[in-house]
Design a protein around this ligand. Sequence first.
Ligand SMILES: NC(=O)c1ccc[n+]([C@@H]2O[C@H](COP(=O)([O-])OP(=O)(O)OC[C@H]3O[C@@H](n4cnc5c(N)ncnc54)[C@H](OP(=O)(O)O)[C@@H]3O)[C@@H](O)[C@H]2O)c1
Length: 325
Amino acid sequence: MAEMRAIEITQPGGPEVLKPCTRPVPEPEAGQVVIKVAYAGVNRPDALQRAGSYAPPPGASDLPGLECSGEVVAVGPGVDWPRAGDQVCALLPGGGYAEYVATPAAHCLPVPRGMGLKEAACLPETFFTVWSNVFMRGGLQAGERFLIHGGSSGIGTTAIQLAQHFGARVFVTAGSAEKCQACLDLGAERAINYREEDFVKVMKAEGGANLILDMVGGDYISRNVKTLAEDGRLVQIAFLQGPQVELNFALVMVKRLTITGSTLRPQSVLAKARIADQLREQVWPLLDAGKIAPVMDSEFPLEEAAAAHARMEGSTHIGKIVLRV
Ligand SMILES: NC(=O)c1ccc[n+]([C@@H]2O[C@H](COP(=O)([O-])OP(=O)(O)OC[C@H]3O[C@@H](n4cnc5c(N)ncnc54)[C@H](OP(=O)(O)O)[C@@H]3O)[C@@H](O)[C@H]2O)c1
């Protein structure tokens, strides 16, 4: 087949700029595979890309979509695994909102035992992001107090489960009672409804946070710095309320804090392959055993990608939204 169905961003704007289109089926380059997509995960960075504020890195597809599940149908030179016919889930440089997508073989992982392709499509983006930021960069240790903002998000629901599994004490913020309850059900020790309670006060009463994962930014940055315990770490993965703030750095010095962060997509193929290796060793056995699983919010057909984005930006969802291809 030479042509495939896909969803393209016709111009920067709201969900309505996502429109069905026809594109050539990609060919695998050296080290890549082509996957016949079964499901594609929907992530907040897709909405940022659609709005014109998160350009694809050089060489990546302009089509949205950072993760998928499906069957490998073509293999480029130099690939030992996966093979044609294997079912995988994969982190993508872009292009997941389509019938076929090319991605480095090293960014594929097996579909966990007993898990459907729908759930598997929702693993790569949040598990790569949480593992690299919370464990590799943030150095979360068992027994530490870990505060996750946006606890009910795709990222948050993954972070709660992994942190809890590895023995951390998990605290979250979320914007409604229902979202707070979902976080508690997943293993959070305390869920703070930020519309009713001040997370700084709650966490200080606990002795402060050793690690904070933040996607909000804005005035949360100075409040996070106040919230951190001595030697605490703040890992910034997004700025839903903006990146430019005034900050008193004296607290950073006095409490010996570390402020860091990262974005996944622009990192090298090798860097992302290293994250995949750690996930395969340390996290996939937990998924195989059913000890952790993605939290599913809703499913839309590929053609209704605009409705999926509207649901995500309406922020009533809990967990992951997925497109059926
Ligand atoms: N750095 C990276 O590599 C990377 C990779 C993937 C995702 N991300 C970022 O991580 C965040 C979560 O991604 P996701 O796909 O899991 O998204 P998502 O499910 O849409 O989650 C966004 C969450 O943020 C909360 N939130 C708090 N303040 C907000 C505000 N001012 N505006 C909008 N939402 C607000 C929302 O719920 P409530 O406010 O109701 O609690 C919601 O749970 C996104 O910002 C995304 O860009 C970063």
